[in-house]
Design a binder for this molecule. Sequence first.
Ligand code: ZN
Ligand code: ZN
Length: 140
Amino acid sequence: MTVQRVFIEDQVDAPAADAHRFLHRVAVATGADVTEGSEHPVARRLIREFNGGLAFGLIRPCPHVPPAPAITWWLPRAPDALHCVHCAVGQLITIHGTREDSRCDGCSQLVDAITPTAAAAGALIVSAGLCRPCFEDTTT
Ligand SMILES: [Zn+2]
Ligand SMILES: [Zn+2]
């Protein structure tokens, strides 16, 4: 196990209370569909994708992720990075209002309506914009 992986796993295993409080504020502010745990099918799928990237050493923390436990973000549209909140928001602002903002993170199709969704697993927040079929897909 690499130091990098241990470092990232420490981030994932950090206390969850801050992440859940933060996620709740995001849900209130944006109307995003926020799950309270990692058992929702979408949350399971996103966390599985994150863990796959982690297992293959594909995910690197942005330069602002501190060595102490902190809220971190993983976004399927930037799958090679574990983001601090500023970089995660930067990713979302970059595409806001563009054609890419209508691209489903699940199937990569451009669609009329995206369902923003997020879930917390420990201090890790996974967040995606999904088309309705991908959001409602409970088979994965
Ligand atoms: Zn950052
Ligand atoms: Zn989709």
